[in-house]
Design a protein around this ligand. Structure first.
Ligand code: NAD
Length: 263
């Protein structure tokens, strides 16, 4: 531990699994008090307890990021338990498969409620605290799917492109209040969400007849650095954006993708 976030208070939505879990643990290793927020309470509690066992400081809270009240309760929990909020990683997400012709409206609404409106509502819940203290770092989770076309993820791509635009806009609106707002665009990191995406794409005939394992191998072979990512690859970028090392950076989206979009 080098204390890059010593004494800071961080909320991580979707912290109970995958990229959010790795980031919760990485932030705690660097000295942050971490509120692990997730709709899956068991996952959040497991991650918080693993952090505490490793000597860090963390606790779990239930949040449904699609609800304004739930996001506000999450922010209140951080204030009650740790006294302030320095950073939030708006990371919660779900699978979003389909194309523009076949997608049902309910599926569009759910995907965009969680990953676009949900990001806004999480930001909205913490901004008053950050504006009051004149400092804060918000990190939003986008995707390379918001930057380039990826077959079969139409509603997901729409939400993630929206996150990139929303991040830029909010950053401009809150720069003079001392609040920095950036987003990360990860490439493929095999997590439950990615496996679910591949399963659903195969289920609607969008994987060229390949099994999930075969389709993942094809994806792996397309990464110039030779492999898909690990959760820690994304957590390290989030850590940089949460820390003061990025104090002159706002409104940007950072692609972390093993060179995939460079081809
Ligand atoms: N894994 C990748 O390759 C990849 C690539 C680009 C972007 N992302 C993004 O990273 C984020 C995390 O994904 P992951 O791969 O770690 O997936 P994951 O499935 O491992 O974790 C997602 C977490 O979000 C939680 N969640 C879902 N809906 C929620 C809600 N309404 N309120 C609160 N929590 C909710 C889930 O319970 C889960 O714990 C997502 O936004 C995803 O779109 C992932």
């Amino acid at each position: 531990m080098t204390g890059r976030l010593d004494g800071r208070v961080a909320i991580i939505t979707g912290g109970g699994s995958g990229l959010g879990e790795a980031s919760s643990k990485r932030f705690a290793e660097e000295g942050a008090n971490v509120l692990v927020a997730d709709m899956n309470e068991d996952g959040a509690k497991r991650v918080a307890s693993e952090i505490e066992i490793a000597g860090g400081t963390a606790s779990a809270v239930h949040v449904d990021v699609t609800s304004r009240a739930s996001n506000e309760a999450m922010a209140s929990a951080a204030l009650e338990r740790y006294g302030t909020i320095d950073t939030i990683y708006c990371n919660a997400g779900i699978v979003g498969v389909g194309n523009a012709m076949d997608l049902e409206e309910d599926d569009w609404d759910l995907v965009n409620d969680v990953m676009l409106k949900g990001v806004w509502l999480s930001m909205r819940a913490v901004l008053p605290t950050m504006v009051d203290k004149g400092k804060g770092s918000i990190i939003n989770q986008a995707s390379i799917g918001g930057v380039i076309g990826v077959a079969g993820i139409f509603p997901y791509a729409a939400a993630k492109a929206g996150v990139i635009g929303m991040t830029r806009q909010a950053a401009v609106d809150f720069a003079d209040k001392g609040v920095r707002i950036n987003c990360i665009c990860p490439g493929t990191v095999p997590t439950p969400l990615v496996i679910g995406t591949y399963e659903q794409r195969a289920g609607i005939g969008m994987s060229g007849g390949r099994t999930v394992e075969e389709a993942l191998e094809v994806t792996r072979s397309k990464y110039p650095l030779g492999d898909m990512g690990e959760p820690l690859d994304i957590a390290n970028m989030a850590l940089f954006l949460a820390s003061d090392e990025s104090k002159w950076i706002t409104g940007q989206s950072f692609i972390v993708d093993g060179g995939y979009t460079a081809v």
